[in-house]
Design a protein around this ligand. Structure first.
Ligand code: PLP
Length: 425
């Protein structure tokens, strides 16, 4: 309560913005992840990996726009690409050269992707990937993981229900339950069109797949003819060819989004040529996939520069290594203080947990854990570090070693100051 009061007192302008928004938007909010009480911090501007809120506080941005902010807020090469595209006109209602260029960059990069199509968001990419799988297999049912997140209408919370019930028969499995999931796939047999899975859970708590989990899904789907769909909207940053390349498990279809268009709106889905051919307009009865902004000139132009000139193989490896090193240091700080608080994840994505590890699947948190999560977020803000409210960290390219040192020091201070509240190791 005292941390919350300090937070509110320091942010009168954010409070006023929230009060006005509440009159015209339910909860004053249009993105659930940005809702929290008493009111969210409103940002005024960003540069590199720094953010400034409307009340004049400066933050080190370790939220990284939930992984979409990989390039930071002002990479001059992205800004130039967007400006140049703007000068040639907005929304031309035509194909342009950049979409083929960006598609070639993506096909050249991710092992499973032979053909690709663009959408406006990761959510749409997943919806269209499922449509492709159902059309290709002629089957209806889709398996998803409890606690998986694939977008606003594809939310499968562990302890609650989705806002939208899909007109698709769903089969649920537990993340990292290789045997159970494989058995359910085999039992569903020719009913099952696809298994949609994040190769590491993102929103569900940055929980990596156990070594046996993805291969078990791959083997079972290959046996029954269901398509394996990897949602790499977040995890594609984990290596030159995404997390699929790192794990060696190659899905039939892959969905992408977040950072790929340099921070502009983006989504894509792609995979085996024979599956993606269901959208080939040269063929009679091709599946329609329209979308006013699918090939919008800003995303296409920024994406070509982002993937073609900035985030190459070496940069992807370096970012992964930086994240691994940071997570180890954070966990060492927790261990030294004798608390069970710890960070899970892989590479440049990590999430905090206030319980003993290993955390292998998403869970409904206890009220005590929820309180600690809020406290961690508020204390980090106080220390000038902006995280996702749920305690997720996503490094961006402008983050330096000195920035990582600063985060480690802030976490050390948190575990020292709040130790009596934290669970014992
Ligand atoms: N899939 C995953 C794994 C995500 O984390 C997200 C967004 O956080 C999405 C899909 C949805 O992407 P978008 O918010 O662009 O619709």
């Amino acid at each position: 309560a005292e941390a919350r009061a300090r937070y509110a007192a320091a942010r009168p302008r954010s409070a006023a913005i929230h009060a006005r928004a509440r009159a015209v938007m339910p909860g004053g909010n249009t993105r659930t992840v940005l809702f929290y009480t008493p009111f969210p911090t409103a940002m005024a501007r960003g540069e590199g990996c720094r953010l400034w809120d409307v009340d004049g506080h400066e933050y080190l941005d370790l939220c990284g726009e939930y992984t979409a902010g990989l390039f930071g807020h002002s990479d001059p090469r992205i800004l130039a690409a967007v400006r140049e595209a703007l000068e040639r006109g907005i929304n031309l209602a035509a194909v342009g050269e950049n979409e083929g260029r960006l598609a070639a960059l993506i096909v050249g990069r991710f092992p499973s992707v032979e053909l690709v199509r663009f959408t406006n968001s990761g959510t749409e990419a997943n919806i269209m990937a499922l449509a492709a799988a159902r059309a290709f297999t002629g089957r209806q049912t889709v398996m998803v993981m409890r606690g998986g997140y694939h977008g606003g209408v594809l939310t499968f919370p562990v302890g609650g229900s989705s806002a939208v019930s899909l007109p698709v028969p769903l089969l649920f499995a537990d993340y990292n339950d290789a045997e159970g999931a494989a058995a359910a796939i085999r039992q569903a047999g020719e009913e099952l069109a696809a298994v949609l899975v994040e190769p590491m859970l993102g929103s569900g708590g940055c929980i990596p797949a156990r070594p046996e989990f993805l291969p078990a899904l791959r083997a079972a789907t290959r046996e029954t003819g269901a398509l394996l769909v990897f949602d790499e909207v977040m995890t594609s940053r984990h290596g030159p060819g995404g997390l699929q390349q790192r794990t060696g498990v190659i899905p039939d279809l892959t969905t992408l989004g977040k950072y790929i268009a340099g921070g502009m709106s983006f989504g894509a889905f792609g995979g085996r040529a024979e599956v993606m051919a269901v959208f080939d307009g040269h063929r009679p009865g091709a599946l329609p996939h329209a979308g006013t902004f699918n090939n919008n000139v800003l995303s296409m132009a920024a994406g070509c520069v982002a993937m073609g000139e900035i985030f190459g193989a070496a940069e992807a490896e370096a970012l992964f290594a930086r994240g691994e090193a940071l997570r180890e240091r954070l966990n060492a700080a927790c261990a030294r203080a004798g608390t069970a608080m710890h960070f899970t994840g892989a590479g440049s994505m990590m999430a905090v947990h206030f319980r003993r590890g290993p955390v292998t699947r998403p869970y409904a948190e206890t009220p005590a854990e929820a309180g600690l999560r809020e406290l961690f977020f508020l204390d980090m803000l106080e220390a000038g570090i902006y995280l996702a409210r749920r305690g997720m960290t996503a490094l961006s390219l402008p983050v330096t070693e000195a920035d990582c040192d600063r985060y480690v020091a802030a976490v050390e201070e948190f575990v020292a100051a709040r130790r009596p509240l934290l669970p014992d190791a």
